[in-house]
Design a protein around this ligand. Structure first.
Ligand SMILES: Cc1ncc(COP(=O)(O)O)c(C=O)c1O
Length: 365
């Protein structure tokens, strides 16, 4: 992938009209569809990030004043802010439900039942996050989808509850596809667990769900531009029209197909198993340290690659700085009201590195 980025960058530097032989944007959509399921034109929109995808989705969903969007207290700023902006603009109602009180002991059935209980007759959209980046909790999305399908039974197709998922900390770490999860929209950046190019992302939408979204940024697709030249509104697949036009960091976007191909070559199930193995090893090690409190569930059913914890009496920022300075270990601090220390062991982390991290954490006391 790095080689592909470099090849495209050099091509663009040399010649502003550089364009690879096979349309690389089409290749990126095909690769995304091969990985996520569905078809490149029917289901995939390309974006520059998760935040852009969520912004476009929540700005573009066909909702009217008084329609309700149900989200949770645990989502990232990007979901909450995109919905707040939409509420300010169009008078939709946004409600937030708390799915667990203590992340470490979160329970799948309880999360589903708390969410189900918060749905009302006015709920049109449920906006959740697959793996919470503030705690590492992984939601039982397919069970949530089942509960919402039940709640939608009897409603007109136009009023069915749409399940929209911020999938950024699941895609590339978990192997379930959007269809297996049962969601309507699956939004993700591709630079995190997929290790794709910076400044790239996707929105996957079910074919029946895409018509519920109006584009926000003009598409540069052939269909849209020729419709404009001929003086009528654009026709064409809704996912294609939802892909923002304009000049992008093309050297990165055009290398996206390689990132999906890399994961498919290894196999998403093997990647998920390895990611889980590393995260479990880390959680086992951290749970033996008396000064460390684990906030991510131990259960593999309710977690993924993210591991969040805190150290008694020390701010997570200070721990992250010490890990970096003394051990060359990179940890982040969750950007939430209650900040935790966060690790992301993955397929590029070796078990010995996980053990070294546990030893470094042990040495903090
Ligand atoms: C759950 C979640 N969603 C979205 C984002 C933003 O992703 P991006 O940088 O791709 O916009 C983050 C973190 O950066 C996140 O933790």
């Amino acid at each position: 992938m790095a080689r592909a980025i470099d090849r495209h960058r050099r091509g663009l530097d040399r010649d502003t009209l550089y364009f690879p032989e096979s349309d690389p944007e089409e290749e990126a959509c095909k690769a995304a569809a091969a990985y996520l399921g569905g078809g490149p034109l029917e289901n995939i929109a390309l974006t520059d990030s998760t935040t852009m995808g969520l912004g476009l989705l929540y700005a573009g969903l066909r909702l009217k004043r008084g329609d309700e969007v149900l989200t949770t207290e645990h989502d990232f700023y990007a979901t909450h802010e995109a919905l707040r902006l939409r509420a300010v603009r169009d008078g939709i109602v946004v409600r937030k439900v708390r799915l667990y009180d203590d992340s470490a002991t979160a329970s799948g059935p309880e999360m589903v039942s708390r969410l189900r209980a918060a749905v009302t007759d006015r709920t049109r959209v449920v906006a959740v996050t697959w793996v919470h980046s503030g705690t590492g909790v992984r939601l039982p999305i397919s069970e949530i989808a089942g509960a919402l399908a039940e709640r939608s039974r009897g409603r007109d197709e136009a009023d069915r509850i749409l399940l929209c998922v911020d999938a950024v900390h699941g895609m590339g770490a978990e192997s379930s596809t959007p269809v297996e999860l049962g969601c309507d929209f699956f939004v993700s950046g591709t630079h995190k667990w997929l290790f794709g190019p910076r400044g790239t992302g996707v929105i996957w939408g079910r074919s029946e769900a895409w018509p519920h979204v109006d584009p926000t940024i003009p598409s540069f697709s052939h269909e849209a531009m020729s419709a404009w030249r001929n003086g009528h509104p654009p026709q064409g697949p809704a996912a294609v029209l939802a892909t923002p036009g304009g000049f992008h960091s093309f050297e990165n976007r055009w290398a996206l197909a390689e990132a999906f191909a890399f994961h498919r070559a290894i196999g998403p199930a093997r990647i998920a198993a390895r990611t889980r193995e590393q995260a479990s090893r880390l959680k086992d090690g951290l749970s033996r340290l008396r000064h460390v409190r684990l906030h991510t569930p131990r259960s593999a059913e309710l977690s993924s690659g993210l591991v969040c914890c805190s150290v008694d009496g020390t701010h997570p920022g200070e721990v992250a700085a010490r890990l970096h300075e003394d051990h060359r270990i990179v940890a982040s601090v969750t950007p939430y009201r209650e900040p935790y220390l966060r690790f992301g062991p993955s397929i590029v982390t070796r078990p010995e590195e996980v053990d070294a991290l546990v030893r470094a954490m042990a040495s903090l006391r």
